[in-house]
Design a protein around this ligand. Sequence first.
Ligand code: ATP
Length: 233
Amino acid sequence: MTHSEKDILKFDNVTKSYPLPDNSKGRVMVFENITFGIEKGVSVAITGRSGSGKSTFLHVAAGLASPDSGTVLYKGEDIAAFSSQKTSKFRSTDVGFIFQANYLLTDFTALENVMLAAQAAGTSERKARTRAQELLSYVGLSDRLSHKPSELSGGEIQRVAMARAVMNKPSIIFADEPTGALDEENAAMVEQMLFSLVKEENLTLFLVSHDAVLSEKCDRRYLLSRRNLERLS
Ligand SMILES: Nc1ncnc2c1ncn2[C@@H]1O[C@H](COP(=O)(O)OP(=O)(O)OP(=O)(O)O)[C@@H](O)[C@H]1O
């Protein structure tokens, strides 16, 4: 497979396994020799059965786990070769994360939780406040700014987490089962807001989920199965 220069993220022959926890010499092979690319501004879903390796794939793609062999490139550069300074910038501003369970800081309000993401990356308090207010209003939470996480519903926490993930204008959002812990009604709302934020902010979305309805909303779909990645659409 050849890669397009437009690819913002590329997997080049990437293999990942885990050592067995019992200290034996065996390993759990998760995926092998995967070559794959994501174009800027495109939403991609990785689907697969439980245990097929979706979360591992996302962790490797986001530089949170190292591959055994092969290279993951962000804008043409090997993420494993980033300096520590570049790694911090990559994690704080180039990418954003949304997980199934998102941990907001319990002693801070919704607004402060979103603002902190930007202040940690060096944005002034005034600018951070303005953007955080805009984003929280965009996800329908302008009347919940001063609520702490214990005073928010699960769906609302997930929407704060989405605002936090896009706060620093990342290029890529990594989402791992972002609606997995929600009831149908909240899942539908979070889903709709995720896709409208992605469009509004012109983001690349890398989503892993076993949920067919959610993955069908993405521009491209892949199936992770038997250590391989197969393109579905
Ligand atoms: N730290 C680890 N050490 C050893 N094996 C692991 C480790 N983490 C995951 N695995 C194994 O790797 C495989 C892939 O796990 P992963 O969590 O990536 O799958 P998944 O598709 O995201 O699953 P689910 O949909 O159930 O969350 C599984 O068989 C799992 O048991």
